[in-house]
Design a protein around this ligand. Sequence first.
Ligand SMILES: Cc1cc2nc3c(=O)[nH]c(=O)nc-3n(C[C@H](O)[C@H](O)[C@H](O)COP(=O)(O)O)c2cc1C
Length: 202
Amino acid sequence: MARPKVFVIFYSTYGHIHTVSKSIKEGLEKAGNVDIEVYQFPETLSEDILGKMHAPPKPDVPVITVDKLTEADGFLFGFPTRFGSAPAQVKSFFDATGGLWAKGALYGKPAGIFFSTGSQHGGQETTAFSFLPNLAHHGMIYVPTGFRNPNLFDNSEVVGGSPWGTGTVAGGDGSRQPNEKELSVAVTQGEEFANVVAKLAA
Ligand SMILES: Cc1cc2nc3c(=O)[nH]c(=O)nc-3n(C[C@H](O)[C@H](O)[C@H](O)COP(=O)(O)O)c2cc1C
C-alpha cells in the first residue's frame, strides 16, 4: 500500500519559516511512515515591493497550486504573522480553494500549523488560532502540537512556539534566527504529525 503523503506548504518573506520548514520535514522523515513534498505559497507582492521590503530571493522550492492540494493526505502550513494573523499570500491562496470546498475535496484531511513573529508577543498564538476557520470550513482536522516537546516549558530564554504549533521569533529587524530549541519543537511536530496522518490513513 502506498504511504500517505504529507505536503509542507510555507510562505516566508525573510527565510525564518523556510528554515523551520526544514526541521518540520526532518521530523516527518524521522517518523518514517509518510511521503513528503515541500511547497511554498504563491507570492502576491511585486518584485518592486519585495525589493523595498529588503526581501531576499525566494528559495528553490516549487510553488503550490490549488488543484495539487487534493494529492495530499495531510498538510503542515507555515507562515509568518501579519498583524497577528496569516499573511495575505496565504489567505488569498485559501480564497481560491472554493472549488475544492464545494466538492469537499479536503474534508477529513489533517492539518497542522507553524509560524513566526517579529516579537515574542506579536502573535505566537493568535496567528495559528485565527487560521482555524480555514480548516474548519474545509472540514480539515486540526492537529495541534500540545506540549509534547519540553522546550515549550522553557522560560530561561526566548523560545517561540506554543501548543498550537512550532513558532520562532525573528526579532524586529529579522536578525534573530530559529534556535535549537525551536527547531527541536519543529522536529517533534513533524514526527507526531506523521504518526497522526499514518493512523488516520490506516
Ligand atoms: C506587514 C507586516 C506585519 C507584521 N506584523 C507583525 C505582527 O503583528 N507581530 C509580529 O510579531 N511581527 C509582525 N511582523 C514581522 C513578521 O512576522 C516577521 O518578519 C516574520 O515573522 C519573519 O518570518 P519570515 O522570515 O519567514 O518572513 C510583520 C511584518 C510585516 C511585513
